[in-house]
Design a protein. Structure first.
Lengths: 492, 492
């Protein structure tokens, strides 16, 4: 076998193992009986260990080196991804991997207890340990770069702390200005009670309608909605239905459809190159956010679903306007996962600022709660009554997922720039969306994003598609247009 | 690590891989979207290959040898199982494994075509190839034993062709005599239409009622009902609901519960010994058949479910007598999977006789259809109109599962002997079953069968539990008692 053939077989095997982990994880979250937990843990640990062996296999490094300088652009991108992944895995000592796994287990346990007691001090020692281990891990990967830059690579390769710092500062100030201009609140909750069996039919129709393939996926219910790529031809999404909240459940489904359609659109002919994957967490999030927000909260979309809801709930059919007001209700709150589209980024920016300061040694773990509360007061004008609704609200840090939060706002930034380029290319898109025709929108994303997979890193991909652009301005323009419009104000 | 510790870790890892294969297979049959088929094939092939590597690992042979003569009885049994499995896997050349896998794929394809066309000649070349490969495989495993004996080991270690031949001949003659005495038909189909949603509630209640744990399992729908042990604490069953046939669906669920409760009852402290598994396919089948037939078609059980059905279907509640007559409708037919409890064994005995003759060189593949039709005419008094309802009806041979069919009737034989011993030990069991109390029945099986796992081979286990016994007489006694009773005749 040539190096190319050997690499391809090896990388396909790695993907097969990831798919096995996907099935195990999906089953665990969707329908595994309670008694299966311990065995499932062992199954996932074993599959992960075998995947780790494949990732650190010295032959992988040799094949990558042998193929260096290939003319094949897709393979070149794939080799860059594989090299990054191989080197990270090789450089982290296995003791550090083991210690981190144990600290994560302890961290999760302590976080649950601390959140229940609304007492950050119960989680602080674990968090300190996780920060120390993440620092050691980053230094093992690359002792010459700043720790937080290395951590970011795990989620959004090609993105740097410096670029985030500058973009997020401008976005923060622009968002605060917008919030101020609209007087803090626009839109109006929809209310009502919505039979869940009919919601299931509704979500299924919407998902199929926008282009998510049920032949190559499934829509199921889970406590926390997620998408999992089990492999080419099997990409599953989950959602959650709320009897007293029609629109939150719907947003979740449309969001996961965005993730799912991205994965469903990655071309199978890239399998085995190392490029057959999403370009980054942030770009993944741009796909889910674009569908959830740009499309799913638009007037055109609300018009489309109003027709469907009229048939499903004839006795309580909401108007397109009521759906639009309900989908775009903005009001500062304490909890990120319930946040609207405008304030959401402020929640992320607080976390980014604190994480960055933590890893730069400018902030201690003990000072986190006070710093958190200060920032919420300054940016959102509200302050947590306790740590449970403040610094302890998210699970991420208990799993050592430092550098993950920025992906959410990166997704919104990418979505805004891609959305602007799309509207330039597809002048009739909103008419089509209003009629429930999503072929050209999805087609544009297929061509410009999905089919490019991870040939380029996300910043390069977006720059190529959008040309000269300023993502912060693109996002602020978008937000001003929708929410300024609702409040009857325009950008100064 | 000691040899014991190393062996234990290795064997647990093998079990973990089997569990992963269990999840992949369950998902494939229960809910995988159509697009996932190719990737799932690759996932299962990879997991099987890794399991094969673990099974053939030379260190496994060394640990087994090092622990030879241990004082620990359970481990001794486990080592016997592991040695058998390791040696079989080591002795079969990998080319033969590959050729067999290809021949199975071709065999399945040809079998589907042949069955559709009702033309055995389309399947004959594939079947000949599969027989040749199975013969080569058996000779590779043990050149000194008869091929069919070696094939039987795969499903029912400890069972020999000679013992089956003699038992099955007596059972065949005794069954024909019983059929003759009851005039060929007893009982009466139940009929009616049964709302499927309520059937689901009914099956769930029955499954829980008899002792299948939903905390450690699930009941789902599948085209062909099956049970899968995903691991300790997660053993799932599936069933099929028929709107126009209440009792066939129920029998399926009770049957799978029998398999499921066996797996759920294997003690976790045997994990890592090689003994934490069912003792054989035949003993597995004894558990499903015992619950399906001995319990599930009894007058007491029919009385219990009559009460439940009265609540679920108040407008069409069947009487206990109607359920009993419907559950025990005996009438010779051509298709094994639809056969009643009396004629079922004749279907198996025909297959056993033909398989045995095939591998002894006494029958050629080309002569199978004629031999099949002759035996059906002789034993059941009916003859297939074509090969699709004759020799082509079952999928097993297309997958090279030669030696598998006898397990079904072995299961009935074991169930009869175990049932007799149980009734001796539990004089009040039928009163309890009538009241829906299954604790002592399940408890007896737990102690005598499930908790013994695969410490002994099935024939030894049953002999120890039942003492001096004649399984053929036990089964004929049981069948005469129930079906002679229904027909008003007793054994001469």
């Amino acid at each position: 076998m040539t190096a190319r053939e050997s690499l391809s077989a090896h990388v396909r095997e790695m993907r097969t193992l990831e798919g096995i982990l996907g099935v195990l994880g999906w089953d665990q979250q969707v329908l595994m009986p309670p008694g299966g937990a311990a065995v499932r843990g062992a199954q996932m640990a074993l599959a992960s260990q075998i995947l780790h062996e494949r990732t650190t296999d010295p032959r992988l490094g040799e094949w990558i080196a042998a193929l260096d300088g290939t003319d094949d652009g897709a393979l070149r991108g794939g080799l860059r991804n594989l090299k990054r992944r191989h080197e990270r895995a090789v450089r982290i000592p296995s003791e550090l991997v083991g210690e981190t796994a144990m600290a994560q287990a302890q961290g999760f346990e302590d976080w649950v207890k601390a959140k229940e007691a609304a007492d950050f001090s119960l989680f602080a020692p674990s968090l300190q340990r996780l920060v120390d281990l993440a620092t050691q891990t980053a230094k093992a990967i690359d002792p010459d770069r700043a720790v937080y830059d290395v951590l970011l690579d795990d989620y959004d390769p090609g993105t740097t702390t410096a670029s985030l710092k500058s973009m997020f500062a401008r976005l923060r100030d622009g968002t605060v200005e917008l919030l101020d201009a609209i007087g803090g609140e626009v839109g109006e909750p929809l209310g009502g009670k919505w039979d869940v069996e009919r919601q299931k039919l509704f979500h299924d129709k919407v998902a199929r309608g926008i282009g998510y393939s049920m032949e190559q996926g499934r829509l199921d219910e889970a406590e926390h909605p997620f998408t999992v790529g089990i492999g080419h031809g099997d990409v599953r999404i989950t959602t959650h239905y709320y009897e007293d909240d029609l629109l939150t459940g719907l947003s979740g489904t449309v969001h996961e459809c965005g993730h799912g359609m991205y994965e469903q659109g990655i071309p199978s002919d890239l399998l085995g190159t190392g490029a057959a994957e999403a370009a980054s967490m942030g770009l993944h999030e741009s796909q889910s956010r674009f569908w959830e927000n740009t499309i799913g909260r638009s007037e055109a979309f609300c018009g489309w679903i109003a027709g469907m809801l009229g048939e499903l709930y004839p006795e309580q059919a909401p108007s397109a306007r009521a759906l639009y007001l309900g989908s775009n209700h903005v009001k500062p709150g304490l909890i990120r996962v319930y946040a609207d589209e405008v304030t959401y980024n402020l929640h992320i920016i607080v976390r980014f600022e604190l994480e960055r300061a933590l890893f730069a040694g400018e902030l201690s773990v003990a000072d986190l709660p006070a710093a958190w509360n200060d920032r919420y007061r300054e940016l959102l004008g509200i302050e947590p009554g306790n740590d449970a609704e403040g610094v302890l609200q998210d699970v991420h840090w208990s799993g050592a997922a430092f550098g993950y939060f920025p992906s959410y706002t990166l997704g919104n930034l990418y979505a805004a720039s891609l959305g602007k380029a799309m509207q330039r290319d597809l002048p009739n898109m909103w008419d089509e969306v209003g009629k429930g025709e999503f072929g050209s929108v999805l087609g544009w994303l297929r061509t410009n994003v999905h089919e490019r997979a991870h040939i380029e890193d996300a910043p390069q991909l977006v720059a190529r598609v959008c040309g000269e652009h300023d993502p912060v301005e693109d996002l602020l323009d978008y937000l001003w247009s929708r929410y300024g419009g609702l409040a009857g104000v325009s950008r100064g």
